[in-house]
Design a protein around this ligand. Structure first.
Ligand code: BES
Ligand code: ZN
Length: 462
């Protein structure tokens, strides 16, 4: 049978798959911060993937979205088959920037050590999308065709809001595909090491910067201190009013639309509690008081949150600064609406400043939370594929992070989005020493290959 031959192929050619991923992670395709887009590296990563998909036997090309931006990689069978469903694989080849300290090795060397590949993007998301590229290669090598019309849709702006992909989708970029049965996304984590996981929900996000204008230029505080409004003072007071002493968010109406999952789904999550990995203790951390009626797991998966990511204002000189700014985000859960929360946040903060203060917001990006129904027909095939891929019973989870394009993908394809992640929550996404376990790469490739078969069979039956 083609699947068992493909699984065999995956093992026989595993070292080559690792070497290919090493090449990919060595390309610093950073899409955020000061290093964004440096030296055409983002385009290089896109071209590398297009070449690999073409070598695997797919028709692959780079696409520039309306209005430009980092290229999309689009690949599909040269001759799609009418008799099989169309499945989109979404992933992102862009990565976060790197901080100078804390790395045990060069973040773009792609070192293989202790059973893992160490690099920025190794797990988020290059290693995970690579599992699909290599699964498709294996199936094409042993069988010449894929069990579904597999469409790769890889973007280079996930870490900065998915602007290009969302313009591409809104402009009908996928319109000439056969109806899409499902979009598969591997850009999440497993509940615990060795425990394959299907993620039924991700939180949404409202991400913005608030900028407060002070005097027209930095002024000596010996002359002006205490006499004119200091934007740093105004900003920290406003930010402090976002929370009460227990950490509850004080924006009026913020919690109004929050809806907990069904009792059945929530009971499933509660049953996982005893197996919950302690993400805090390993780092020597203790939890904040938070909402006492919710466990830490529920706070991460089911409750909204607000974090201040960066504070900028003045310098370490004795001045009243000209400007202060804070970058912050809210994580959203069903049924919170990003536009509504953004408006609530902005008007709450604005009201904390004297009327004469110039306060500006933006740039902002916002994305709705995404959930997949527990009873969706794609859940059972995905669970079977995860079981086969990792050799252990999978669990249904949610996660606290965000993949901003999820809702747009679902709306534009009219099909569910299925999150089957192969990373670990301890892979250090966005931090120093990001890594991806080669065992998870293998499990991911096996899962991906099995999933295409399972989806073909299940969707064929519907
Ligand atoms: N891979 C993550 C999404 C993720 C994070 C899933 C944690 C599950 C748990 C993705 O690459 C990511 O980092 N997304 C950003 C989006 C933001 C920059 C708009 C996030 O969640 O912060
Ligand atoms: Zn990320």
């Amino acid at each position: 049978m083609a699947l068992s031959e493909a699984l065999q192929y995956i093992d026989t050619h595993f070292q080559r798959s690792v070497a290919g991923l090493q090449e990919l992670v060595r390309i610093p395709s950073i899409s955020t911060g000061a290093d964004a887009g440096a030296d055409g590296q983002v385009a290089r990563a896109a071209q590398f993937l297009a070449d690999q998909l073409a070598a695997a036997g797919l028709a692959a090309r780079l696409v520039t979205a309306p209005g430009g931006g980092n290229p999309l990689v689009l690949a599909h069978p040269a001759a799609p088959r009418a008799a099989v469903p169309t499945v989109v694989v979404y992933g992102h080849y862009d990565v976060q920037g790197v901080e100078a300290v804390g790395w045990r090795c060069d973040p773009f060397a792609g070192l293989e050590l202790e059973g893992c590949l160490w690099a920025r993007g190794a797990s988020d998301d290059k290693g995970q999308l690579w599992a699909h590229v290599k699964a498709a290669e294996a199936l094409l090598a042993v069988d010449g065709v894929l069990p579904v019309n597999l469409v790769f849709l890889l973007e280079g702006e996930e870490e900065c809001g998915s602007g290009a992909l969302s313009r591409f989708l809104q402009a009908g970029g996928l319109a000439d595909l056969a109806p899409v049965a499902c979009t598969v996304v591997s850009d999440t984590g497993m509940y615990a090491p060795g425990r394959p996981s299907l993620t039924l929900g991700l939180r949404g996000i409202v991400f913005t910067t608030v900028t407060v204008q002070g005097p027209p230029q930095d002024l000596h505080s010996g002359l002006y201190g205490g006499l004119v409004a200091n934007p740093n003072h105004l900003l920290v007071r406003a930010l402090a009013s976002l929370f009460d002493d227990s950490g509850r968010i004080q924006i009026p109406g913020f919690y109004d639309d929050v809806r907990l999952p069904s009792p059945r789904e929530r009971a499933g999550y509660q049953a996982l509690e005893q197996e919950a990995p302690d993400l805090l203790a390993g780092l020597g951390l203790t939890p904040t008081p938070g909402e006492p009626e919710f466990s830490l797991l529920e706070r991460r998966w089911l409750r909204p949150s607000l974090d201040i990511h960066a504070l900028r204002g003045g310098s370490a000189r004795t001045v009243v600064p000209a400007q202060a700014a804070a970058t912050l985000s809210c994580r959203l859960v069903p049924d919170q609406q990003p536009a509504r929360v953004q408006a609530q946040l902005e008007s709450f903060l604005r009201a904390q400043f004297p009327a004469t203060t110039r306060v500006e917001f933006g740039p902002a990006h916002a994305a709705a939370p995404y959930t997949l129904d527990l009873d969706d027909p794609v859940v059972a095939p995905a669970l079977r594929a995860l079981q086969l891929g990792f050799g252990r019973e999978p669990v249904l989870v949610r996660e606290g992070g965000s993949i901003p394009i999820s809702g747009t993908l679902a709306a534009n394809t009219g099909a569910p989005v299925l999150f089957v992640g192969f990373g670990q929550l301890t892979d250090n996404w966005h931090g120093p020493n990001e890594h991806f376990s080669l065992a998870d790469l293998r499990g991911g490739m096996r899962t991906a290959a099995a999933l295409y078969y399972e989806l073909a069979a299940a969707i064929g039956r519907c």
